[in-house]
Design a protein around this ligand. Structure first.
Ligand code: FAD
Length: 389
């Protein structure tokens, strides 16, 4: 082609912004289009596993992430009423480094996003806010992107990081619409000072019962406790897949549970929790259509039961940047390498996370007592920075 490829990234969630940083660091020319008027992430916690932290380290952000994170020294599953330990795993830093080559971090999502934003060089007009993509078309010369604000732009390759409801996926790929998985999730961030008596041992705890589970862990050096409360409610219907709910609804759902669970829910700021009707789509067998590829939730919108969706998006981003760098002007070869390197692993987590939700909330107590990463331990040592491409 003879000129420097222009890579258009649609969506500046954790996937899009990681891709932008990883590509810029490899000397690629990127423009990010985000529909929102400002960058950011929701107020909630996030687990950043050792696999995701290898990407973080590879981007040179290790110290920054370390300063913003809480360690995760132990994880466990607990009986929902008595709090008795059903499983318990020590996750010492040394241990994790030895087993997986990196640590696991518990963080505030806004801190993760902000650290990535700081690493993103927005000079040269590399960030276009208020750009909601409404049409995408391609021909032999490139991709045309049309936005709701009336702007039209062109790029050589487009990377769709536009999330679960990806319009790019709907337009260019054979896909069914997002479907309700039968699981609801309520999330909140509670100041530790409001619940001083709640035990934080294990650091990451999942209280499990048939059809329900409650996970909690501290973030921001223990000043906040993040929780995710899940219930299986196949018949649930709501127009909105994401909205806020009165905590009375969550308290009713978790009535009679261990006092730590009840006091955390009760302390939710403003007495309202964010509620998701968890949606997903069937895994795809290709993420590439001509000059356009999918990344992150657009490619594999998984349920949160392995806490891996954002980690997978970060892995995708690192691998795609490496493929584009390695292939030079051969974007076609780069996209094929990317898909080949990533699709099997991501689809495994995509399918596995739904199954993990079912075991967490199984009728069988032995299944419910499994450790949080059960079934995927071997996958944690994956290194997106060095995996063959
Ligand atoms: C309850 C819950 C808990 C979770 N916990 C974890 C966890 O602990 N660890 C973990 O790794 N993952 C977790 N996940 C999954 C994780 O949140 C997602 O996988 C991840 O955020 C996906 O990132 P993304 O960048 O692909 O998509 P998104 O975060 O959805 O970002 C998409 C971006 O694209 C923009 N956009 C959309 N459409 C357009 C358009 N037409 N034009 C322009 N811009 C557009 C959006 O505004 C947004 O900024 C959890 C998910 C849920 C629901």
């Amino acid at each position: 082609m003879g000129h420097r490829l222009k890579i258009g990234i649609v969506g500046a969630g954790i996937g899009g912004i990681t891709a932008a940083v990883a590509m810029q660091q490899r000397g690629l020319n990127v423009v990010v289009y985000e529909q929102s008027p400002a960058l950011g992430e929701i107020g909630a916690g996030i687990t950043v596993g050792p696999n995701a932290n290898k990407v973080v380290n590879g981007l040179g952000l290790e110290d920054e992430f370390e300063a913003l994170s809480s360690a995760s020294p132990h994880v466990g599953t607990l009986d929902n009423k008595t709090g008795e330990r059903l499983s318990y795993e020590i996750r010492g830093k040394e241990n994790f480094l030895k087993m997986y080559g990196s640590v696991s971090r518990l963080m505030h999502r806004a801190d993760v996003h902000a650290a990535l934003e700081r690493a993103f060089n927005t000079n040269d007009d590399a960030l276009k806010l208020n750009h909601k993509l409404t049409e995408i078309e391609q021909n032999d010369d490139g991709v045309t992107l049309r936005f709701a604000n009336g702007v039209t732009d062109r790029c050589d390759v487009a990377v769709a990081c536009d999330g679960l409801k990806s319009m790019v996926r709907d337009t260019l790929f054979e896909t069914e619409p997002p479907k309700f998985t039968g699981f609801l999730a309520w999330r909140g961030l509670v100041p530790r000072s409001k619940v001083p008596n709640v035990s934080l041992d294990p650091h990451f705890a999942a209280f499990t019962a048939e059809d329900k589970m409650f996970g909690r862990y501290p973030v921001r050096h223990g000043t906040l406790i993040n929780y995710v409360a899940n219930a299986r409610r196949p018949g649930f219907t709501s127009e909105s897949w994401k909205e806020t709910a009165d905590i009375a609804e969550v308290l009713e759902e978790f009535e009679g549970w261990h006092e730590d669970v009840v006091s955390i829910i009760r302390a939710t700021p403003g007495a309202r929790a964010n509620r998701w009707a968890l949606h997903s789509r069937e895994p795809l067998d290709t993420w590439v259509s001509g000059r356009v590829c999918l990344l992150g939730d657009a490619a594999h919108p998984m349920t949160p039961f392995y806490g891996m969706g954002a980690g997978m998006a970060m892995e995708d981003a690192a691998v795609l940047a490496r493929c584009l760098e390695a292939s030079g002007d051969d974007w076609e070869g780069a996209l094929q390498r990317y898909e080949r390197a990533r699709i099997g692993r991501a689809n495994k987590f995509h399918r596995g996370s739904l199954e993990r939700g079912k075991t967490y909330m199984s009728a069988d107590p032995a299944a419910r007592s499994k450790t949080p990463n059960a079934g995927m331990e071997d996958e944690m040592s994956y290194d997106a920075m060095s995996v063959p491409i």
